[in-house]
Design a binder for this molecule. Structure first.
Ligand code: FMN
Length: 304
């Protein structure tokens, strides 16, 4: 079940995607999530808009692996400062979300939740130090904080790579073309992700694009996937298609809302146990035994 991610050993290939504002789910917020990740020996990606700050998490002195999510904010000083804070706190990688040049606002959110989200964002201990100074929270927040037009550019990736010695991962890749460009820009990993379907309706499901991306760049960088992973067999299929690990978003929030740290731990345990069972039933004793042969041979048959 153990897996090496960017040269570091973790307990299972099931990790935690960045999701904002964990205090909407539980008062202990990312503290609870981080403790659960540490107990399960897996990776937590902290959202830039986390309720608890990077420093709150560092103060826990958990030995687990933390990665920090950043955006290319319009004020690049914020991006740089957050990277420096993550480095100082001993985080192990920088993850850049590349699929949020503007906020893919949902109508329901506009109607019901916008004010709650805005109020809660103002309490983000992670963004707090920039708000009112470098960042303004207003009607367009957080979209207005992103670059004005197309979000991150490939020059931004080069800039981030020169600024930090930590591995850089791009989150939000769904095409082979972008995956190849990511490899050409020497990032260490990509997360095949469509932001959990929350940005743009009609984008491909990540599981459908995963194998083409792995075939194109899997020998140059590590490929991870998130989106809709809900069972151990979902994990098995993603690994069989070539993902080095999967990340989960909503299930962690559900666990957190139900029972804080214990709830998140339960979610991770359930997925780990289901993966273990699925591996046993498919004759895989190690993660490295999981290969594409496990999946349907339909395409091959149709060519006969
Ligand atoms: C409530 C919520 C908040 C999220 N916040 C962020 C965020 O701050 N940054 C980011 O890159 N992705 C964010 N995401 C997307 C997740 O990182 C991830 O891509 C997605 O949730 C994976 O799909 P899943 O929820 O089906 O597992 C968020 C998702 C949810 C559901």
């Amino acid at each position: 079940m153990v897996t090496d991610i960017l040269g570091q050993r973790i307990g299972m290939p099931i990790c935690i995607s960045p999701t904002a504002l964990h205090n909407l789910a539980h008062p202990e917020a990312e503290i609870a999530t981080c403790k659960a990740a540490a107990e399960m020996n897996t990776i937590l990606i902290m959202s830039a808009a986390s309720s608890k700050s990077i420093e709150d998490i560092a103060a826990l002195r958990q030995t687990s692996i933390k990665w920090q999510l950043v955006y290319t904010w319009r004020d690049r000083g914020v991006t740089k400062d957050m990277i420096r804070r993550a480095e100082k706190a001993g985080f192990k990688a920088i993850v850049l979300s590349v699929d949020l040049p503007v906020l893919g606002v949902k109508r329901r959110l506009l109607k019901d939740g916008r004010q709650t989200i805005l109020r809660t964002l103002q309490q983000s201990r992670n963004l707090y130090k920039y708000i009112g100074k470098d960042l303004q929270i207003g009607e367009g927040f957080p979209a207005e904080l992103m670059t004005s037009s197309a979000g991150s550019t490939w020059e931004d990736i080069t800039w981030i790579k020169t600024m930090t010695t930590l591995p850089v991962i791009l989150k939000g890749i769904v095409t082979v073309e972008d995956a190849v460009l990511a490899a050409e820009h020497n990032v260490q990993g990509i997360i095949v992700s469509n932001h959990g379907g929350r940005q743009l309706d009609g984008v491909p499901a990540t599981i459908d694009v995963l194998s083409d991306i792995v075939d194109a760049v899997g020998d140059k960088l590590e490929v991870y996937v998130d989106g809709g992973i809900r069972t151990g067999t979902d994990v098995l299929k993603a690994l069989a298609l070539g993902a080095r690990a999967v990340f989960i978003g909503r299930p962690v929030l559900y666990g957190l809302a139900c029972d804080g740290e214990e709830g998140v731990k339960s979610v991770l345990q359930i997925l780990r146990d289901e993966l273990r069972r699925a591996m046993a039933l498919t004759g895989c004793s190690r993660i490295s035994d999981i290969s594409r042969d496990l999946l349907s041979q339909r395409d091959r048959w149709s060519k006969l």
